[in-house]
Design a protein around this ligand. Structure first.
Ligand code: TXA
Ligand code: MG
Length: 369
């Protein structure tokens, strides 16, 4: 077993803190060299933490798969620090792809391109295409510049587990398995990037994320949400979407509906759980739903409640979603009940992850007339 280093970078005190800046630069330069030489290093991004390796070195990339326990036909995303690097990795950039990069990079958007032959099959799962993303996270950017190679990185969780949004989560899954974790604090978005592929003049969304279909319509008229809707035989899918994902250890279900209906239903479920089962129940709910079950379980130590914010605060929901599942797991919660939200905007991405996390046990409650 190797000893996994957790590397913390203290931000320089101010612009004149040249010593601080040089110290950080030196740390990143060393880490970049280690990655180039074949070590696996977990990196922060604005979406979730990634498990990074030299994307041009197939041996290094294989280490990612073995650390994660991931099926090798599930391709990885290459992370780059600028648009220029893309040219060296892909056979062709269409005008629409160029527009996407100019509008959304650096940021939480992954684009699938036709790949050049020197990108190892280990990265692309043998596909003729490669996924590329340019993250915005400042420390990630600085690291990618020092790495000087495209960094292949899936989310830094064990395969099938919720994605990590703090260095601590990565450590829980990866300690002893990888060389280092670069600690960049908690991820701002908390959900994986939007994955798209351009087909002629259309943008096909393979995985929903923070960059929504509405935002993509700023650069193309034809944006297709769900691969199932597209109809055409040759429409690609993100291979990763077919695997079970993001599952917490506890059993999980979700309710969607007006806050009174959801509150009532949760109250019934929790009461019967407390009567019939042992262990803890975890609630992931809004302020509004909390208000409806107000006080009922306040003194009950077997009920663990996490409130994400108000119903309208979807960004807040996304930011703490995986983190909350991991917290419930740590506290050995047996049943998790999560409130669902409407699918507007980032709600599409949230409901996509929520459905997978609870194995599609999303129950839509009728509004009481
Ligand atoms: O936000 C993110 O995207 C994070 C951070 C670390 O960048 N990464 C991430 O990677 O979520 P991963 O490996 O967990 O998910 C990548 C998704 C998978 O669903 C995979 O199948 C899909 O992208 N993908 C990768 N290459 C592809 C390709 N050539 N064609 C179609 N889908 C691809
Ligand atoms: Mg993942």
């Amino acid at each position: 077993m190797m000893k996994t280093k957790v590397v913390r970078i203290r931000p320089p005190k101010d612009k004149s803190d040249i010593k601080g800046r040089m110290r950080n630069q030196k740390i990143l330069r060393k880490l970049g060299k280690k990655l180039r030489e074949g070590e696996v290093i977990a990196i922060p991004t604005e979406t979730v933490y990634g498990l990074g390796a030299n994307g041009l070195d197939k041996e290094a990339v294989r280490k990612i798969f073995s650390a994660k326990g991931r099926p090798s036909d599930n391709p990885l995303i290459l992370h780059v620090s600028d648009m220029e690097t893309v040219i060296s990795l892909v056979r062709h950039v269409s005008p629409l792809e160029k527009k996407l990069m100019e509008r959304f990079w650096p940021g939480p958007l992954t684009i699938i391109f036709p790949k050049k032959p020197h990108i190892p099959d280990e990265v692309t799962g043998g596909l003729d295409t490669v996924a590329i993303r340019c993250p915005k996270h400042a420390l990630c950017q600085a690291f990618l510049k020092e790495a000087k190679v495209p960094v292949a990185a899936p989310s830094a969780n064990l395969s099938g587990r919720p994605s990590p949004t703090t260095a601590g989560h990565v450590y829980d899954d990866m300690k002893g398995k990888i060389f280092a974790i670069l600690d960049g604090g908690a991820c701002e978005i908390g959900l994986e990037s939007t994955v798209v592929q351009c087909i002629d003049d259309a943008i096909v969304v393979l995985r929903p994320g923070k960059i929504t279909e509405g935002m993509l319509r700023e650069v193309a008229n034809d944006v297709r949400g769900n691969t199932e809707d597209v109809g055409a035989e040759n429409v690609p899918k993100a291979p990763g979407m077919k695997y079970p994902h993001y599952s917490p250890k506890g059993e999980m279900r979700s309710y969607v509906g007006d806050s009174m209906a959801v509150g009532n239903r949760i109250r019934e479920d929790v009461s019967s759980f407390l009567r019939e089962k042992e262990g803890k129940v975890g609630l992931f709910i809004s302020e509004e739903v909390k208000a409806h079950i107000a006080g009922t379980f306040n003194k009950e130590p077997r009920v663990r409640t996490i409130i994400f914010g108000r119903r309208s605060e979807k960004e807040a929901y996304g930011k703490v979603f995986y983190q909350s599942l991991l917290t419930f797991d740590k506290e050995k919660v047996k049943l998790i009940i999560a409130e669902g939200i409407d699918e507007e905007g980032i709600g599409t991405a949230i409901m996509n992850r929520l459905e997978k996390a609870c194995d599609y046990k999303v129950i839509r409650l009728e509004e009481k007339k």
